[in-house]
Design a protein around this ligand. Structure first.
Ligand SMILES: *[C@@H]1O[C@H](CO)[C@@H](O)[C@H](O)[C@H]1NC(C)=O
Length: 223
């Protein structure tokens, strides 16, 4: 499920429906959704204007106890204290319950080093995928910006994008987990090379579940 950052779905009511196994997640002006299964619909609410429901994924946790989650991206969610930004986006985890307001924000992406990055409007939660029951989770911020020589004449700002991998219980547990999934960092910069990768506009696990796939539509931009 890829986002299209060009459109402006702001002002959507921030509501996400789960219809049995069928999801119609994104409500935005110009788009309509309807319920096929009105009896078994689950409804979850997020903050207005946060684009809650821009991406959704079902996930099954097995340890320490079995639990099913609806993972919801809200790429315009307000920043957390310490992220040195106004809007960063975020990932929310909702139990499969009838309660509408029991989603919590998954605790990833704390802080920011303004000498080397900017998380303002980075769109964390633009994409989210589960590897399957007991597997990993991936979510991305395709507008994450790497910076160099901040406040100097030759300052650079590269919208490389970035992804986070989480363990099956939505926590950071092993060396694969965390937010160091930035494959355009350290490569030749500039918008015509790897400086505008926008990694994570889409993300997926390969069908055999052994690989992570990332869309990076800005790589070699404007060639
Ligand atoms: C937050 O918003 C204010 C007002 O629009 C703006 O001046 C400021 O630069 C923003 N902060 C960041 C980190 O971009």
């Amino acid at each position: 499920m890829a986002g299209t950052p060009g459109r402006d779905p702001r002002g959507g009511p921030g509501i996400c429906y789960l219809l049995g196994s069928l999801m119609a997640g994104l409500l935005a002006p110009g788009a309509v959704a309807f319920n096929l299964d009105v009896m078994g619909a689950l409804r979850k609410e997020g903050e207005p204007g946060s684009l809650f429901g821009f991406s959704v994924a079902l996930h099954r946790q097995l340890q320490p106890r079995p639990q099913s989650w609806l993972l919801v991206g809200a790429p315009q969610a307000l920043a957390l204290p310490g992220q040195q930004a106004n809007r960063t986006g975020g990932l929310f985890a909702c139990p499969l319950s009838l309660e509408e307001t029991d989603c919590y924000r998954v605790d990833i992406d704390r802080g920011a080093d303004v000498q080397k990055e900017s998380k303002e409007n980075q769109w964390l939660g633009v994409s989210v995928r589960s590897q399957g029951p007991g597997g990993k989770i991936v979510t991305c911020a395709h507008r994450y910006e790497a910076r160099q020589r901040v406040d100097q004449i030759l300052e650079t700002r590269d919208v490389i994008g970035r992804c986070f991998v989480l363990s099956q219980d939505l926590a950071i547990r092993d060396e694969l987990d965390g937010g160091e999934w930035k494959f355009c960092e350290g490569r030749p910069q500039g918008h015509e090379q790897f400086g505008f990768c926008q990694q994570g506009t889409a993300a997926a696990f390969s069908p055999d579940s052994h690989y992570l796939l990332f869309g990076a539509p800005g790589t070699y931009n404007w060639k």
